[in-house]
Design a binder for this molecule. Structure first.
Ligand code: SAM
Length: 200
């Protein structure tokens, strides 16, 4: 199987991910706050939409154990390769990857067998009109996986299985996904927002 689309690769040890590791702002970052990481509290997380692994890597770099689920065969392989390279790099990269477990399959099927405190959902959203602005990498991922039209179903399944919270990452200005309940609160950034559904 062809493993890459263009030059798409999962890279944890240089570029944007490594930069964020150095200068990202720790647990003050919106994603960390949304997932419930704070001083003295580090939830076990399931990232149901692993993709390029960036969100999982960030959460693992802050100490969280993360189970990543990816259903696209190609994305799963790219991720596995990226994780292998990061382990080889050694040091803190090896340590961070040690907190990340990668599963292959549809999260809607796998969630029932796992009991996470916090679940992250970051589906591919429909293309925006100003598609020239969409990052090249994101376009390449879209070429592989298309759009995740079953995102509402995934949210509903996640709400059944999370112990503490479900977090939906979505474009800041986009309409809510139709057919799901209202969230408890939102953390809104420049381009991204986190809809947080508190449970229990
Ligand atoms: C927008 S990308 C996620 C990007 C990721 N958050 C990151 O930081 O790199 C969405 C990914 O989730 C995967 N995905 C979507 N729905 C899924 C599901 N139900 N189960 C497993 N993987 C899913 C897609 O194949 C795609 O690779």
């Amino acid at each position: 199987m062809k493993l890459s689309v263009g030059d798409l690769r999962v890279d944890f040890v240089s570029g944007a991910v490594a930069h964020r590791l150095r200068f990202g702002g720790g647990r003050g970052q919106a994603l960390a706050k949304a997932m419930g990481l704070r001083a003295g509290k580090t939830p076990m997380i399931i990232d149901t939409t692993a993709g390029l692994g960036r969100d999982s890597f960030l959460l693992a770099s802050l100490g969280a154990k993360v189970i990543m689920i990816e259903r696209s065969e190609k994305m799963h392989l790219l991720l596995a390769q990226g994780m292998k390279r990061a382990v080889k790099e050694g040091g803190e990269f090896r340590e961070i990857i040690g907190r990340m477990t990668l599963l292959k399959g549809d999260a809607k099927d796998l969630l029932a067998g796992l009991s996470p405190e916090a679940i992250l959902i970051d589906p591919m959203h429909p293309p925006r009109n100003n598609s020239a602005l969409v990052k090249r990498e994101l376009r390449q991922v879209r070429e592989i996986v298309g759009t995740d039209d079953d995102a509402a179903d995934l949210v509903r399944v996640a709400l059944k299985h999370a112990g503490n919270r479900v977090v939906l990452k979505w474009p800041a200005k986009a309409e809510p996904i139709p057919g799901i309940q209202a969230c408890s609160h939102q953390i809104i950034g420049k381009s991204t927002r986190y809809d947080v559904f508190m449970l229990g």
